[in-house]
Each structure stands twice: as structure tokens, then as C-alpha cells.
Design a protein around this ligand. Sequence first.
Ligand code: TRP
Length: 383
Amino acid sequence: MYNKCINPPIFAARRTASPVIAHITMEKIPLLRYIWRICRHETSCADTCIMTIHKTTEKQNVIITGVRPSANLTVANFVGSVIPLLDLQNEGRPISAFVATMHGLTDREPSEIVPNVIEVVRDYLALGLDPKKVIMFDQRAVRKEVALLKLYLERHITIARLLRVPALKDKLREGQTAEQASALLAEYPIMMAADILLQDANLVPVGKDQYAHIEATKELARAFNARYGDTLVVPEVLERNEPVNILALRGDGKMSKSKPDDAIFLTDNEETLRKKIKRAETADPGKKSEKIESLAFLGRILSPARASDIDAILTRHRAGNKVMADFKEILADIVVTFTTDFQKKRADVSTSSVQNILVDGNEIALTQAKTVLDRAEHAMRII
Ligand code: TRP
């Protein structure tokens, strides 16, 4: 039983080296990740480790989430991606969250992407992600493993299948032609599969726009397993209630970074925010409007304590009263309070603390990725 022992650098590097750790087998890696999360910041964690090893027999579901390294989150990003993650964290689920740095190469130069890595993590920390509960890492830490597993997976998907992936079809319809689009764009789902499979993750919380990518991941894992035996964990989408879309302040469509005048950025200053909200499209007294519903939803979610104020003003609106100026003022107050608090917290997150968190997370993600890659290569008998 002990001949496949590992002595993970994770533990060797910490003051926690306990004899128990030396007896942990490859199969217990998911358990290790869990224990690590519990005792990372404890001074005497050996006992906790031992107890947890004895107590925990079930394999934990590992949730993975990737965030693209673009700077400047909007409130819509907060509602759509960050809140669901905070909910999972608060439910005590084991999560790995990583910055998808290598995916950024699909359409940008490394010099544009790399500086964003720290900033993205800083945003997530300021918004409440807790590094004691969530393993945070930078995809660059596992880039070699990603590249290799991607290569091994590529044989199990056809070019025709890749061309049917909706996100690629949309890109090709919206402007880029197949002559202009890079092969990396077409391979996006394979790299995403490698990210997920290397962490032995079984649950991926993503929005509907990413379902097709997870489908491709499942197909790839199944095809690999069918050829080489049970090796890769086949993940599932972790379905959550679809968050309500936050609409652009003016014009058609969702709020998006690509229309900055009609988006609320978490980094906007008070003056800009009040101006943007004042200009937002609303509706005549008594008229139902999707824009108002979207703004009201935003207000309630950013400040549950003021939800009743919003409801009261909307009731007056529905009854035909002219209340939009008041509504916008309440909303602006809520947004400004939220963003001011975020900006203050963000300023308190030092670069070195982000770096330390990533050093820890990278180490764990890399150990895990190496284990899976090794398993895959042995299954393939390529080494
Ligand atoms: N494609 C995801 C997005 O655009 C980011 C991502 C990359 C991801 N790799 C992943 C998400 C693995 C979940 C799991 O948002």
C-alpha cells in the first residue's frame, strides 16, 4: 500500500510534516486537497490531518472554475460569475479557481494578459473569495501539463466536431472568417478539457454559453477512457439557477465591457457612476420595462437591506407615478456604496499577498496536474 507513496512538496514545504503525510497514496490526492484547505493556516495541523484522514472516507466532489484574465469587472460579471462562486464557497464546497491565462492567448499578446493575472485575483479576493477555502492558481503554473494533455486529447476529436462548437460558429459568423481565425480558437474546448481533467474535477459551474465546452470535455474524457481504460474523471456541469441577465444601461443587449458607457464597472468612480445611472434608459410612468426590472434586480442583489425601498418605488411606478428620478437616485446610492467598499477592500489586498496565495495554489494545482498526466501517459503506454 505504501509503495506508491508521495511526499508532496506542498507538505514538505510547510511546517506540517507529519509521518502520516508520508503514507498518503496517490489515490488520496483529492483528500489531501481537502485537508490542505482545512489546515493551511493552522499552526498545529498534524492532528487535524490525522483526524481528517480517519474521518473522511468519501471522495469529495471537486469543483473547478476558470476566469479569463481580462481586467475591469462589471457589476454584471459580479452577479453572473462571482456571486455563484461565493455561494458555493459559503456552502463549504471544495473549489479550485484559476486564472485562464493561457486561454487569453486566443486573441491577445502575453504582454497584455500577464499583468491582469494578479489584478483578477485581487478582484476576487476583494469580492469575498477566501483563499483558505478556495484553491486559487494561475494556469501558467500547469501550462506544460495542459499542453501535453491537450495534445493527447486532440486525437479524440475531429475537426468537423470542433467546427460545430457554437462559440466558434458565433465567432466565425460575427466577423472572423476561417481564413483569419487561429487554430487555437478552434481548439479552445480542448484546452478547457485539459484544464478540467488535469484537476480530476467532477463539477464545473458554468453559464449556458459554456455548456457545449463541457460537453466536448465529457466526450474527450469518455473517448480517452474507452481507448485506454478508466483514467480521466468525466465531469458534469454544475447547474445553478441561471442568474438574471443584467442589461446594458442603454440600447440592446446585456451589460458588457465592450460597451463601456452603458456598463457599470466596479472600478468606476462615484461621479462616473452617478452620471451613467442618470442617463440609463427607464420607462414612462406605469409602463413595464425590462431595463427597470434589470436595474431593480441589480439594486436588490447589491444591497438586500434596501430591497424594500426598491420594491416600494416600483409599486408607485406601476401605479402611474413619476418616480424614475428617485429610483435612479436610490440605485446610484446602492451602487456607489458597493463599489466604494469594493475599491477600498481591493486597495487593501497587497500584491505580495496575492503572489503568496498563487504560490500555494499553483503548487497544489501542479502536483495534481502531474498526477493526472502521469496516469494518462501510463494508460497510453507512451512512457
Ligand atoms: N471558457 C471559460 C470562460 O470563457 C474560462 C475557462 C477556461 C474555464 N478553462 C476553464 C471555465 C475550465 C471552467 C473550467 O469563461
